[in-house]
Design a protein around this ligand. Structure first.
Ligand SMILES: NC(=O)c1ccc[n+]([C@@H]2O[C@H](COP(=O)([O-])OP(=O)(O)OC[C@H]3O[C@@H](n4cnc5c(N)ncnc54)[C@H](O)[C@@H]3O)[C@@H](O)[C@H]2O)c1
Length: 275
């Protein structure tokens, strides 16, 4: 008798740069262990476009509810403030969740409690930054300070309401410019599409209150880069990540897509080096 492992059913909410990237990878590389059973986006034509590109049958879902119903693990890749509620819907139905909008999870104790109560997993990938494994370990001892400097090309900030309110016109920026300096919570509030990395560092370290965030831009920048310096009882950690920008969305780094895929791979295959 041949034994065939049941494949993990994957549902993706948000069919943009990250959701699309993960869907392509699941079909190409994780076919043996995963099955894409649902795609949902508030803009339904994005679902259809991706579904056709991937040559899939009836996986387009008309509501979040039917998406959740179709899967064992839901991938959240949505550019909206409402992602906590989206995640809650999945956890309530005992579905595992892989969440990309980490900025919305800074104060989400209710979700972590729900995760435990429902005995499912809320997975948060390291995203677009290196060194999260070491930061997590360092957080077990005392961390004195974390400094994050994020640099992104001008196109990464198009349409940002905070810059508009501050009267900062991206078209007039001629050289290296600091757009923001402050704490994690305000960085995430004012730059929700740009600074998930700050939230990931805060959650990994447990030292968000001792973190300063600087966001910079320049017409010369071509990559999304993150410099991190952590000092504490375990020593000093310095990392610099220079990311290729996603062609579909210049606010997002390609490494973020890959880190989601790696997290999913580890979840399916159980290989956990460095996590
Ligand atoms: N963790 C990280 O390091 C990291 C890195 C980059 C981006 N992100 C975050 O991941 C998320 C997705 O990024 P992206 O580059 O794929 O964005 P994107 O703009 O390319 O795609 C987001 C998709 O979500 C859809 N959407 C918006 N509101 C929705 C809703 N209520 N229900 C269903 N679909 C909805 C949009 O129509 C769009 O197709 C964003 O929140 C982004 O900030 C995280």
């Amino acid at each position: 008798m041949s034994y065939r492992k049941r494949r993990l059913k994957i549902g993706i909410v948000g069919c943009g740069a990250i959701g699309g990237g993960i869907a392509r990878y699941v079909l190409k590389e994780l076919k043996k262990d995963c099955q894409l059973t649902g795609l949902y986006d508030i803009e339904y034509e994005k679902v259809e476009r991706l579904r056709r590109e991937l040559g899939l049958g009836n996986v387009g879902k008309a509501s979040l509810e039917s998406l959740v119903q179709s899967c064992d693990l839901m991938i959240e890749a949505v550019n909206a403030r409402s992602t906590r509620n989206i995640i809650r819907q999945a956890l309530l139905k005992r579905k595992h969740v892989l969440a990309m909008s980490v900025g919305n999870l800074l104060k989400a104790r209710d979700l972590y409690r729900l995760e435990r109560d429902k005995r499912c997993r809320l997975l948060i990938p390291s995203g677009a930054v290196a060194g999260i494994d070491a930061v997590k370990a360092a957080g077990l001892a005392r961390i004195r300070q974390i400094k994050l400097t994020t640099r992104k090309p001008l196109s990464g900030f198009t349409g940002n309401p905070y810059l508009k309110e501050k009267g900062i016109d991206l078209a007039r920026i001629k050289g290296e410019t600091v757009l923001f300096e402050g704490g994690v919570a305000s960085s995430v509030k004012f730059f929700p599409q740009n600074i998930n990395v700050a939230a990931t560092l805060a959650l990994a370290s447990g030292a968000g209150g001792r973190m300063t965030v600087r966001i910079m831009t320049s017409p010369e920048y071509r990559t999304n880069s993150h410099e991190v310096e952590v000092t504490g009882d375990s020593g000093r950690i310095v990392t610099r990540t220079e990311n290729v920008v996603c062609p579909e969305n210049p606010k997002t780094s390609y490494l973020a897509v890959l880190s989601a895929v790696q997290t999913l791979r580890q979840f399916c295959l159980g290989t956990c080096v460095g996590t």
